[in-house]
Design a protein around this ligand. Structure first.
Ligand code: FPP
Length: 271
């Protein structure tokens, strides 16, 4: 049972947004492209890494809110395969912040029953980071609440290529090299196997791009872009995204039932 008192103070903006949300139609998986840390820092005449540091508060708030809303899954895009092009100091600071976050946050992940899973080419990260990630993953593996996936050294195309290679190896091993696979078999071998696809994709900082994030999985996701820079992203922005999501007409390539009757009538008129 969702405890609304843990989500909004009486009389707050959050409370008025929460009243607009139908708790029975919440998204099942929210994916977030956290963008704008650098611009946030620049606007304050601070080094870029200060934007990443400030972004951690937003990470904490997004994950905690998702857990309190009892959402099944949240996935955050923290470091892409393309991010290696950034200055060495920025990469090292991001990795340091990630380790710091994991150490500080593990107790809270446990007490909130959150299962933490890194996705991406995780073993390509520095061994000290991999150790912390695997430790948090193992410690939280028996938690049954929110699944918190963090995409690290992640690329959507890389994931598809890794999946193809994984499937080819599997089929070779089973001496089934000429087998024909289908979409569901393919999805079962992605990094996100057994996880429902995101139904809501949020991007901050106003950019209208998907930036190589969960390319396969976002096929039918509703996209919500907010101009707010990631370090300023708070619970109310997540609520706004959910209100927007619930206003969408999700047809998955089909049509509304009433509309399909209209088409039949139109066809009959043509006959
Ligand atoms: C994009 O902003 C943000 C990132 C590449 C990193 C996101 C990382 C964090 C929020 C902090 C670390 C995460 C955890 C979970 C501890 P940008 O730098 O591309 O911003 P810009 O487009 O304004 O330059």
């Amino acid at each position: 049972m969702i405890d609304l008192s843990k989500l909004a103070e009486p009389g707050s903006i959050e409370e008025s947004l929460l009243e607009k949300i139908d708790l029975k139609r919440l998204p099942r998986h929210i994916a977030i492209i956290m963008d704008g840390n650098g611009r946030w820092a620049k606007s304050r005449h601070l080094p870029r890494v200060e934007g990443h540091r400030a972004g951690i508060t937003s990470v904490r708030e997004a994950v905690e809110t998702a857990a309190r809303l009892e959402l099944p899954v949240i996935t955050l895009y923290a470091f892409s395969v393309e991010n290696w092009k950034r200055p060495r100091y920025e990469i090292a600071t991001l990795m340091m912040l990630l380790k710091e976050y994991l150490r500080k946050e593990l107790a809270s992940l446990m007490s909130n029953n959150i299962r933490f899973v890194p996705i991406g080419r995780v073993d390509g990260l520095d061994p000290s980071v991999v150790r912390e990630l695997r430790y948090a993953e193992e410690q939280t593996s028996r938690n049954t609440g929110l699944l918190f996936q963090i995409a690290l050294n992640y690329g959507g195309r890389a994931e598809i290529v890794d999946t193809v290679n994984r499937i080819m190896a599997l089929l070779r091993e089973r001496e089934m090299s000429d087998a024909v696979i289908d979409e569901s078999f393919f999805a079962d071998h992605l990094y996100t196997a057994n996880v429902d696809d995101p139904d809501l994709l949020i991007r901050t900082s106003g950019e209208m791009r998907v930036s190589n994030f969960l390319l396969w999985q976002i096929a039918y996701a509703e996209i919500h872009v907010n101009k707010v820079l990631w370090p300023d992203f708070r619970r109310r922005h997540l609520f706004e995204a959910i209100v927007d999501f619930q206003s969408r007409d999700r047809r998955f390539g089909g049509v509304e039932e009433n509309d399909s009757e209209m088409f039949i009538e139109a066809d009959e008129n043509h006959a």
